[in-house]
Design a protein around this ligand. Structure first.
Ligand code: ADP
Length: 305
């Protein structure tokens, strides 16, 4: 079975609020798995339960078949970054990592190795308090890598990184997965995951929406529609609806699903309906994700619904 993260009917309630609701999924080695959901969907709560930092109300979360808390090897088994800001600002990056290496029985040489890996060698002696968020993210990733673990868990690791950092971190995650590790990353943005992850777990309001390869999620959810513009829209709607299409009017344009552009053009021609535009369009992965999770967003533009 290897180093699999297994979440089984996991539930977490805070008072009357259900943060994670009967969630089940599996994260396998050799892949970068993106854990996606809008803010408040329950991602951090799930990750904390996987790491044994929060107790489930019901259900289980295991890493390689056992609850993380009962793993004697700690950092050498699972490396995690939950909140890059949670570091002691008065320490240097090198002393922070050295202290962790000592307390986890990890060889000291790993400190220099991981600092090099994340590009922080030059600032290793500087106080962490003066680090940018992007640098703190790099330090958090170094911390996770310190024990050379087969399982890596990161909460919003791309948040706050500059474009160069984003490219670097994507490359790193893919390499770690190619080495056979289990890499699990959360994000509230599909755009961050679509060039990084090859597997997806999508949640909304604590519930599972999808767990599948990114390409099949894309194929299933990026619905193809045809945009049509016509001065005879009432007639065209009647013709297309009779032919089995679904038509959504939007200002002077119609968005048609269920019929290809060629068929729509032919039907219009046969019925002497003039067309000013006929365009096939594919929803972006980001749009598909937004649509799938729209019902589960707690707050839209800061407004309680
Ligand atoms: P995400 O990481 O997807 O943004 P979270 O797991 O942080 O989501 O939060 C899920 C829900 O649980 C939110 O509604 C949040 O307000 C609530 N929540 C998280 N932690 C606590 C807590 N300690 N006490 C009460 N409610 C919490």
């Amino acid at each position: 079975m290897g180093f699999v993260i297994e979440v089984n009917q996991l539930t977490k309630r805070y008072g009357g609020k259900t943060a994670v609701d009967n969630l089940s999924f599996t994260v396998r080695p050799g892949h970068v798995t993106g854990f996606l959901g809008p803010n408040g969907a329950g991602k951090s709560t799930t990750l904390r339960m996987i790491l044994g930092l929060d107790a489930p109300t019901a259900g289980t979360a295991t890493v390689s078949g056992v609850p993380f808390r009962s793993h004697p090897r700690g950092l050498r088994h699972v490396g995690a970054l939950l909140d890059a800001q949670q570091v002691h600002g008065g320490r240097s990056a090198a002393s922070h990592l050295s202290a962790l290496a000592v307390s986890n029985g990890i060889p000291r040489r790993r400190v220099a190795e991981v600092l090099h890996e994340v590009g922080l060698t030059d600032v290793a002696r500087r106080r962490i308090g003066g680090f940018s968020l992007g640098m703190k993210q790099r330090l958090g990733i170094a911390t996770a890598l310190l024990g050379d673990p087969p399982v890596l868990i990161f909460d919003e690791p791309i948040n706050g990184m500059d474009p160069e950092g984003v490219r670097w971190v994507r490359h790193l995650f893919r390499r770690l997965a190619a080495e056979g590790r289990t890499v699990f990353l959360s994000s509230h943005l599909m755009s961050e995951m679509e060039n990084t992850a090859d597997e997806l777990v999508v949640i909304g309001q604590g519930r599972l929406i999808a767990a599948e390869p990114l390409h099949s999620f894309a194929a299933r959810s990026s619905r193809i529609g045809v945009v049509v513009r016509t001065p005879q829209s009432a007639e065209l709607v009647a013709v297309l609806t009779a032919a089995g299409a679904t038509v959504e009017p939007d200002a002077e344009r119609l968005t048609v699903t269920g019929l290809p552009a060629e068929r729509i053009g032919t039907l219009a021609f046969d019925n002497r309906i003039l067309l000013h535009e006929l365009t096939t369009r594919t929803a972006s992965l980001e749009e598909a994700f937004m649509r799938l999770t729209a019902d589960s967003v707690e707050y839209l533009a800061g407004q309680p619904r």
